[in-house]
Design a binder for this molecule. Structure first.
Ligand code: SF4
Length: 378
């Protein structure tokens, strides 16, 4: 049976972080939360139940799912399990919930585990209070440690944490210290480490336009990335994607699905879906979503064969294992060595990719210049 992932978007947060351009914000009142979760239940009930697919992963992201009461999340899990016919308590499935330290109280973590969640993704971002404050985060490093302690007690074996690097005022030593701290905590099996991108419409964007945001020089930012690679490797973690590191067996199955063209169905505001041929994204406007949950779209597009091939290449190349020609052949009936001969030859000559048997993957230099590689396939 073909595997499929489910994603549920929870758009509410305590406050907006200064760098964040996700579909997230504080709610306007309890009625908005009620209406939103009612809307998601409607959207779920109207979705194709895809009986020919096996639900392999479920991911609650946001926003901050842990911000709202557990009963809302429980309703959604139950509705999904009924609609897609799976047992949420079967631990073979990967079920992730994103939580923020300040809102993930012990009783909520116990409730998540009882609902079937077996993986926790905690937004930490930095361990230095001055950096957390600068980023506009609503928690302290101490809150994070407490959350991990409660998560372990609640029975979570698989915890992931997010870090941001390239933040104004952050040093390479700050990044090292954050990693040391994180990897000394129990059950941290996975790290996602993202370079700060100043997105349009964020507070940081305004500050940059006003000349008030001094990003670290590119060499420093690259050095931080290198240090993350070295420190995680020293602890026995493996980098398996441009921004992701895990102990063996703890790679995120849900995110890996995105990079390997696994179909997924997203529910909620601004949630994206892909059925193998078509991509579509729900509206990011709350009023429009509530009027027609899952029907009001921001975009929808049926991929051409050429676009599917391009997606296979550039999404798959995000993974350090790269892409296998056998998989390409299974999907498209041809060889990428032949279809992209000119592009691959050029990238090989530039030292951005390497060939290993049947596979093509990024080199170390390609990791730093990944966008250049991806552009060759879009
Ligand atoms: S907690 Fe996450 S989703 Fe919410 S505002 Fe901050 S970065 Fe954005």
């Amino acid at each position: 049976m073909e595997k499929m992932g489910l994603y549920v978007h929870h758009p509410f947060c305590v406050k907006k972080c200064r760098y964040c351009d996700f579909a997230s914000r504080p709610e306007t009142g309890a009625a908005e939360i009620e209406a939103y979760y009612r809307g998601m239940l409607t959207e779920i009930s109207q979705a194709d139940p895809a009986p020919e697919k096996q639900i392999d992963t479920l991911y609650f992201g946001g926003g901050t799912p842990s911000y709202v009461g557990s009963r809302y999340l429980k309703q959604v899990v139950t509705a999904l399990a009924d609609h897609y016919q799976f047992d949420p308590l079967d631990d073979k499935r990967e079920m992730t919930i994103e939580v923020n330290p300040a809102s993930a109280m012990a009783e909520k973590l116990y409730a998540y585990r009882a609902m079937g969640f077996n993986r926790l993704s905690i937004g930490l971002q930095a361990t230095q209070e001055r950096l957390l404050h600068f980023l506009g985060r609503a928690h302290t490093a101490g809150d994070f440690k407490e959350t991990v302690r409660h998560a372990v007690a609640a029975g979570f074996e698989n915890i992931s944490a997010d870090l941001i690097f390239g933040v104004p005022g952050q040093t390479v030593d700050d990044v090292k210290a954050a990693l040391d701290y994180l990897l000394s905590l129990p059950r941290i099996r996975h790290l996602s480490c993202y370079s700060l991108i100043v997105e349009p419409g964020t507070v940081f964007d305004t500050w940059r336009k006003q000349g008030k945001l001094a990003l670290p020089p590119e060499e420093t930012e690259r050095k931080m990335y290198q240090v993350i690679g070295e420190e995680t490797a020293r602890k026995g973690m493996k980098q398996y994607e441009i921004s992701n590191y895990a102990y063996p067996g703890f790679e995120s199955r849900h995110n890996s699905g995105y990079w390997t063209m696994m179909p997924y169905r997203g529910f909620g505001l601004a949630a994206a879906s892909f059925d193998g041929f078509r991509r579509w994204t729900n509206t990011a406007v709350m009023a429009d979503y509530l009027k027609a949950p899952g029907q009001a779209l921001a975009e929808g597009h049926r991929l051409t064969e050429q676009e599917r091939r391009g997606d296979f290449m550039f999404l798959g190349l995000r993974r350090l294992d790269g892409v296998a020609n056998a998989d390409y052949h299974r999907l498209f009936g041809s060889s990428f060595w032949k279809d992209y001969q000119k592009e691959i030859d050029h990238l090989l000559k530039e030292g951005l990719v390497f060939r290993k048997d049947d596979r093509l993957a990024l080199t170390k230099r390609g990791l730093d210049l990944a966008n250049q590689v991806f552009m060759a396939f879009v």
